[in-house]
Design a protein around this ligand. Structure first.
Ligand code: FES
Length: 263
């Protein structure tokens, strides 16, 4: 049987796509399980980013769930289908999933890792070629709109960080506060390095000084460009830290770990 020669490269070109595939499976697998499991996502005043901001929360049967008073509209309504878990992740966090799924960096990463189109530079792909942004995958073109959802989500994530400085109305700080703060910072660096954001704030312009506001706009664009050049790093760091933040809150919520704090 003839073998298909996909490259003459002799180095370990497969390592990067294999590591990417493993990383995506581990992190997205973990986060998906945790998000829709809905238990141990709260330790006063910390809330896991997998369910934040919580629109509804389960009234009972979910240990470590977000308290009713912290959810926007209280308990899940009676019409919520019985076969679905009562997880707040069905609402606002879905915006983050849409944003990541359509991200230009992630597209390239999961095409190379899972669909091998192409698997690496100078390595021939195994399918008929790159099919992104077409047919069923045309939804990827919605990335510029998912950016708006991500920006809204960021506002709420930062408000959860602010709330994490107060327990029972008393100001303080705990390790969980710092973990949530870093999480919001990394997610901001990922969002503000987005190609669509960079285009939105300055990419459409031929001249930065023609509108009389060159310094501010140009400054923001340059900051975004700096983050944009590091978008891959920001994508992985923020993804990993979201998982770490959830894990930390899970551990303190279950009593496995003690949260050091000033309270
Ligand atoms: S290009 Fe990656 S978030 Fe927009």
């Amino acid at each position: 049987m003839p073998t298909v020669q996909i490259t003459t490269r002799t180095d370990s070109w497969w390592r990067a796509p294999a590591a990417t595939a493993a990383g995506l499976l581990v992190f997205f697998g973990y986060l998906t399980f945790r998000a829709f499991n809905g238990t141990y996502v709260w330790f006063d005043p910390y809330v896991s980013p997998t369910v934040a901001p919580p629109v509804f929360t389960p009234a009972s049967g979910y240990p470590g769930a977000v308290p009713l008073g912290h959810a926007w509209f209280g308990a899940f309504p009676a019409w919520w289908p019985k076969f679905l878990p009562q997880s707040p992740a069905f609402f606002m966090p879905a915006l983050a999933i849409a944003f990541r799924l359509t991200c230009y960096y992630y597209r390239g990463a999961y095409y190379k890792a899972f669909f091998m189109t192409p698997p690496n530079c100078a390595v021939r792909g195994i399918s008929g070629g790159y099919r992104g942004e077409k047919a069923l995958l045309i939804f990827q073109n919605l990335h510029r709109y998912t950016l708006y959802g991500a920006l809204v989500l960021l506002v709420f994530l930062w408000s959860e960080v602010f709330a994490a400085f107060f327990r029972a109305g008393r100001f303080g700080i705990g390790v969980g506060t710092v973990v949530m703060l870093v999480n919001a910072g990394l997610l901001s660096s990922y969002t503000f390095g987005c190609h669509s954001w960079r285009h939105l704030i300055g990419g459409r312009m031929d001249c930065f000084s023609c509108d009389g506001a060159e310094s501010r706009r140009y400054g923001i664009w340059r900051a975004s460009s700096w983050l944009n050049e590091r978008h891959m790093v920001c994508a992985w760091l923020s993804l990993g830290w979201v998982a770490f933040t959830d894990l930390y809150i899970y551990l303190v919520s279950t009593g496995t770990l003690r949260d050091l704090s000033t309270w």
